[in-house]
Design a binder for this molecule. Structure first.
Ligand SMILES: Nc1ncnc2c1ncn2[C@@H]1O[C@H](COP(=O)(O)OP(=O)(O)OP(=O)(O)O)[C@@H](O)[C@H]1O
Length: 227
């Protein structure tokens, strides 16, 4: 299991009683950058939600960052989330506090106590996304691309073994999308595993990588044609 970050066998994903995805078997290894593509409504978000414990795994077996999704209980979900970094399309920053305080809030909520260590960590993650000088600002004082970089910094706070990014460039213009993508690429080059759901084929062409597709209730790997 050492090099395997995610392994699913015969997994089915349901929304209420509706079958969204069927018979998913796949593996993601440490260090990979994997895209998840598919039409609107094909099940990308439902797939991601199963991985971060928002949808229970009812059929099949799954292991993610050494946690068994099948036997995991409600009380184990915070532990799972701490081993994952999750990035959403709409950033989800707290509007009533500065960037530094957004990050501090997450550290405190995940058990950090030492203020000096917290400040050092915040500086480190802001530096990784090129936002070291913006910590004093409020979210609404930043552009969409900057807010997404902060959301990526937030995802890095607890050194996650896997980053799940659900349409991280969905609200950004093409140029800003490329800038955010460069940040994700750098993070991946530094050794972190990333699974990114996206509609953005231009990004995939610019940064080709292993690609999974949701279609017709299935998830399968697609081979990219050379361009
Ligand atoms: N909370 C819910 N309750 C019931 N059905 C849902 C719920 N969320 C999604 N679905 C259904 O599950 C299917 C898959 O939706 P999902 O959001 O996973 O697709 P998606 O590929 O992420 O779409 P998009 O690209 O638009 O975000 C759709 O048919 C959708 O209507």
């Amino acid at each position: 299991m050492q090099d395997t970050i995610l392994e699913l066998k015969d997994v089915s994903v349901y929304q209420k009683d509706n079958l969204v995805l069927n018979n998913i078997s796949l593996e993601i290894k440490k260090g990979e950058f994997v895209y998840l593509i598919g039409k609107t409504g094909s099940g990308k978000s439902s797939f991601m939600k199963t991985l971060y414990g928002d949808l229970a795994l009812k059929e099949g077996t799954g292991n993610i960052v050494d946690i068994n999704l099948k036997t995991m209980q409600e009380k184990d979900i915070p532990f799972l989330r701490r081993k994952l970094g999750i990035v959403f399309q709409d950033f989800k920053l707290l509007p009533d506090r500065t960037i530094n305080n957004n990050l501090l809030f997450v550290l405190k909520a995940t058990g950090w106590k030492d203020r000096t260590k917290m400040d050092t960590k915040i500086e480190e993650v802001l530096d990784k996304v090129g936002m070291k000088t913006k910590g004093f600002k409020f979210p609404h004082e930043l552009s969409g691309g900057e807010q997404q970089r902060i959301a990526i910094a937030r995802a890095l706070l607890n050194d996650p073994e896997l980053i799940l990014a659900d349409e991280p460039t969905g609200n950004l213009d093409p140029q800003t999308s490329v800038e955010v993508m460069k940040v994700l690429q750098d993070i991946n080059k530094a050794g972190r595993t990333i699974l990114m759901a996206t509609h953005d084929y231009a990004l995939i062409l610019k940064y080709p990588s292993k690609t999974l597709k949701c279609d017709d209730n299935k998830v399968f790997e697609v081979v990219q044609r050379a361009v």
